[in-house]
Write a protein that binds this ligand. Sequence first.
Ligand code: ITT
Length: 194
Amino acid sequence: MKDTIIFATNNPHKIAEVQALLGDAFRLQTLAESGIKADIPETAATIEGNALQKARYVYEVTGADCFADDTGLEVDALDGAPGVHSARYATDGHDFAANNRLLLRNLEGAASRKAHFRTVIALILDGREYLFEGRVDGRIAEREAGCGGFGYDPLFIPDGFDVSFAEMSAEQKNAISHRGRAMGRLLEFLRNRE
Ligand code: ITT
């Protein structure tokens, strides 16, 4: 495969995380660098479906090797919500603070605060599709803590820790996170093909 690969995301936090994980092995090309300005639709009913939808969109436009990830925070006491709707939980788009406030409100008085993040990466390589998954279990804190990361990170305390993802360094989060684990599987696959 070529050593440049398009990462189909509009989220700059994700690009930084994933570039750190890839190191020098592959050069990530952003959507902007590939000439894609449109907001890629994410209308599937599942995390897997959205990851595939984003990767297929980019492949159809560019014909280039590419991957996309889709991530959801799945909370046990909320029957898996916000799940596939994680970006648009409180509003129609990416208002992290409003999402966190709504999550805390919806969990008031809940018997369990168990939750997990799940990431699915869809890779299209030489026209063939592959899926990789990563998951991290933890719980939702009573209040936000930390200013690293993004999204629900200030509220998510991974199992085995007493600090939130937002209180960790990027390296610490990447080492155990949903996206870090899914990326590890993707990297292993890519390296084994060389
Ligand atoms: P793209 O679709 O452009 O990649 P996005 O921000 O919409 O970017 P997702 O659909 O994968 O990304 O993620 C949905 C939401 O889940 C995202 O907006 C965050 O609120 C949350 N999220 C994703 N990854 C996260 C992480 O590592 N830590 C905390 N929250 C995360």
